[in-house]
Design a protein. Structure first.
Length: 256
């Protein structure tokens, strides 16, 4: 087996970095990237013109990311949510790929997209860029050559909270017994979540009404593990009344 000296390895990485910067300059304005960034949260909801893809992500969902270089080999990579200025480490490369998970929260502006960027580095000596506590600590030691930025890829995540609203028309049932009523969330994999009415110390569905016409609305904000990762999710309200009768009312709500 032929070994590669540290100096030769550094030279190879330097040449790869130079090649990437040259390709980037040649392809400027053409959405060129030396890496791919994949998001496992359903298909993108917007990827017009071959540009940056936009994904829809449920609040609290721990999304799996995969980042891979097209040219060169990186020693480490860092994740940056530019909207919240949150940094994270992408873990060690495995067969040239980085795989990690990241959970999203809602921002103060629920409609604000989360702009995500991942940058890969070739390490020279000690590592220069290290996320810690959501912040990025940068700097190289005296006499230590700076790390090379080898590649960058980006995407956009729109974070949302799904809401299940089930209208109950006037006269659909007798006087409701909310204590015995259950809301069932059905997922495509066959699993289901049974939800009682919210209490002082426990989450659940809430009830609005009756309005002037006698109609009610049952509302529930499910967690990311209670809904389908994309498309629609089915909800079934098992509405009990004071006579003991139970009526099934079904609805669907978006989980894009």
């Amino acid at each position: 087996m032929t070994s590669i000296s540290p100096s030769r390895s550094a030279t190879i990485r330097l040449l790869a970095a130079i090649a990437w910067h040259a390709l980037t300059m040649v392809a400027a304005g053409c959405n060129f990237s030396n890496a791919s960034l994949q998001v496992e949260s359903g298909p993108p909801v917007d990827s017009r013109g071959g540009g940056v893809a936009t994904y829809s992500v449920h609040v609290g969902e721990r999304v799996k990311f995969t980042f891979a270089l097209h040219l060169g080999a990186a020693d480490y990579a860092v994740f940056h949510d530019e909207t919240t200025d949150t940094w994270d480490d992408c873990g060690p490369p495995i067969q040239g790929r980085f795989e990690w998970t990241h959970a999203f929260d809602l921002t103060s502006d629920d409609e604000a997209p989360h702009r995500i960027a991942v940058t890969a580095y070739s390490q020279n000596g000690r590592r220069d860029a290290m996320p810690f506590g959501g912040k990025l600590i940068e700097g190289n030691s005296p006499g230590d050559a700076a790390d090379f930025k080898l590649a960058r890829a980006s995407t956009v995540a729109r974070v949302y909270q799904s809401i299940a609203d089930i209208p109950i028309s006037p006269g659909a049932v007798g006087r409701p017994d909310w204590h015995r009523t259950r809301l069932v969330i059905h997922r495509d994999d066959g699993s289901a979540t049974r939800v009682p009415q919210a209490a002082a110390q426990s989450p659940g569905f809430t009830v609005n009404g009756p309005d002037k016409q006698g109609a009610f609305t049952v509302r529930y904000r499910p967690g990311c593990d209670e809904v389908n990762r994309s498309g629609q999710t089915d909800a079934e309200l098992l509405l009990a009344d004071e006579s003991g009768r139970v009526t099934s009312i079904r609805a669907r709500f978006p989980t894009p």
